[in-house]
Design a protein around this ligand. Structure first.
Ligand code: FAD
Ligand code: NAP
Length: 338
């Protein structure tokens, strides 16, 4: 049965560590809890906010209504043969332990997505990606609850409309509650080592024929060196998406900044490293009060302790305005704002 509490601090439930309060708070441990939460919110005419690990959101004030934290658990292999495995996981499963669980069973494909915080259910929201692999590359299908009608719907890969840190769910926030996700994984190694630091790290370790678990370990060590641990320093990972711009804009920027970091895309656009732009603009290591730009990775905004969501948002807006003025590039925020 759903336990609804009132006046609950959300500080432990968002990786920025922003101290705000939920008017009502509950955890869903199964589908019945989810349906009960929906009914509770409808009956009391409360807005419902669904969260997982709170690692991709910025809470700009107290949250009115009911905050539902997905805490459902379960991982199962639905089908497998000697080549592939279809694995299903409940939305509340913590992402990184799920990755490790599949690798321990000899199931490959999620290794490049190691050590990403958060839950399985939130992964489709922005088509999580790292080190050359995105969720869409290993996605099979998912089941979501339509909060408007209460009906269940299965989504195929195409129906999720995954894009760069984007999906149909990001465009219809508040409509779909993702209950479980299925992954098309592999029993054979198909490694993606094209991201420079991964290959370099494996070579430095003397690993000539890496396994998926080697790749996972290498990525964990690279990430731990570079990214702030939210348990130590509040953050939500990259605060801005890497912008996709026209090749002509890149040429313009290059005239003034020959060192601009860019990656050509198949559609002719160019991906700019937003961290590079922010660093060039002098924001790396910037701090005002307890809100700051991380000193090692300028894409990451950090909370040194008591920054409010508003203060972090103001800092983000200042960075955006500065980058627009200097480079004529619009930076889009990655976390969802509440
Ligand atoms: P939350 O922050 O709880 O929620 C995010 C959004 O999804 C909210 O709008 C919420 O309402 C919605 N949501 C959550 N669960 C559900 C559900 N079951 N159904 C419907 N909607 C839901 N991201 C990357 O892509 N790649 C990275 O490499 C990466 N590295 C990170 C490193 C650090 C240190 C941190 C702090 C973050 C990083 N992130 C990265 C961002 C983040 O971890 C991911 O986006 C993650 O998938 C968010 O999961 P979550 O459970 O914490 O989502
Ligand atoms: P990095 O290696 O310093 O690279 C900087 C940026 O350049 C990355 O954001 C990446 O874009 C891009 N890039 C690097 N090599 C590339 C290549 N060979 N081809 C195409 N693009 C390339 O990045 P980092 O900050 O340490 O992060 C490493 C990986 O983890 C990246 O994939 C990043 O997205 C992911 N990550 C994401 C978050 C988040 O919150 N979203 C947080 C931490 C790390 P892409 O971002 O498009 O890959």
């Amino acid at each position: 049965m759903l336990q609804v509490q009132s006046g609950v601090s959300l500080k432990p439930f968002n990786t920025f560590g922003v101290a705000v309060t939920a008017q009502y708070f509950a955890e869903a441990h199964n589908d019945d809890d989810v349906r009960e939460a929906l009914a509770y919110a409808a009956e009391h005419q409360l807005p419902l906010t669904v969260i997982g690990g709170g690692s991709n959101l910025l809470l700009t004030g107290d949250v009115q209504g009911l905050v539902l934290r997905m805490a459902t658990r379960g991982i199962r292999i639905l089908r497998e043969d000697c080549i592939q495995a279809i694995v299903e996981a409940e939305a509340g499963e913590p992402w990184h332990p799920f990755v490790l669980d599949t690798l321990a069973q000899g199931i490959k494909g999620l290794e490049n997505l190691s050590l990403i915080p958060g839950t399985v259910g939130a992964a489709p929201m922005q088509n999580i990606g790292a080190y050359g692999v995105e969720l869409k590359d290993v996605f099979h299908s998912l089941t979501a609850l339509d909060r408007q009608t209460g009906e269940l719907r299965d989504f195929t890969l195409e129906e999720c409309a995954f894009g760069y840190r984007d999906s149909v769910f990001k465009h219809e926030i508040g409509r779909w509650l993702i209950l479980r996700v299925r992954f098309a994984l592999s029993r054979v190694e198909r490694l993606h080592l094209e991201y420079g630091p991964v290959r370099q790290r494996l070579e430095a370790q003397g690993i000539k024929e890496p396994t998926a678990r080697d790749v996972s370990r290498a990525i964990c060590s690279i990430r731990s060196e570079k990214l702030p641990d939210p348990a130590v320093l509040g953050n939500a990972g990259s605060f801005f998406k890497n912008p996709l711009v026209a090749a002509s804009l890149l040429q313009k920027i290059k005239r003034k900044h020959p060192g601009v970091v860019s990656y050509p895309q198949p559609d002719g656009q160019v991906k700019l490293a937003a961290g590079w732009l922010i660093e060039q603009a002098g924001w790396k290591g910037f701090r005002e009060g307890d809100a700051g730009v991380h000193s090692l990775q300028s894409l990451v905004l950090v909370n040194y302790g008591d920054a409010t969501g508003e203060q972090l948002l103001n800092l983000a807006r200042r960075v955006q305005a500065d980058i627009a003025e200097r480079f004529a590039v619009d930076l889009e925020m990655e976390p969802n704002l509440y």
